[in-house]
Design a protein around this ligand. Structure first.
Ligand code: HEC
Length: 114
């Protein structure tokens, strides 16, 4: 019985294309898997999903934004923020951990610098 439970757990944990530990996802992998559809392949934004462009923000601004979204403490409430907060919850449930500082650095280094 124990073996079966362990196996079932492993299958759930490996539901994503990469079968890896939560810690082993790079922020880049998380961005591609979870953020790109709304914020664009190059963080240029995706109007269809109401995702704003993340280009042109400083690393610090991005990091603070993600912290606030993650803690649900974003001040002005609007549907967009609900979307982001909901999303971060979904991402966590998939075993991926968004690290605000590292994610901000990834976005900034990959797309933000001109
Ligand atoms: C389902 C679509 C969706 C997904 C997926 C998504 N976002 Fe967002 N995101 C939004 C929307 C919509 C906003 C705009 C919120 C607002 O300003 O009202 C936003 C705002 C943001 C902001 C703040 C930008 C600003 O100008 O205020 C950051 C930073 C951000 N998202 C990062 C991320 C990261 C990192 C991920 C992946 C871990 C992600 N988002 C996934 C829709 C999404």
């Amino acid at each position: 019985m124990k073996t079966i439970n362990l196996l079932a757990g492993a299958v759930i944990a490996c539901g994503l294309s990469v079968c890896a530990n939560a810690d082993e996802y790079t922020q880049g992998e998380i961005y591609t898997a979870m953020c790109q559809k709304c914020h664009g392949q190059y963080a240029e934004g995706n109007p269809a999903k109401k995702g704003p462009s993340l280009i042109g923000k400083t690393k610090e601004e991005l990091s603070v934004d993600i912290y606030e979204l993650e803690s649900g403490g974003y001040q002005s409430s609007g549907s967009g923020h609900d979307i982001m907060e909901y999303n971060l919850g979904v991402i966590k449930n998939k075993g991926m951990k968004v690290n605000p500082d590292k994610m901000a650095e990834y976005i900034y280094k990959s797309f933000g610098e001109k």
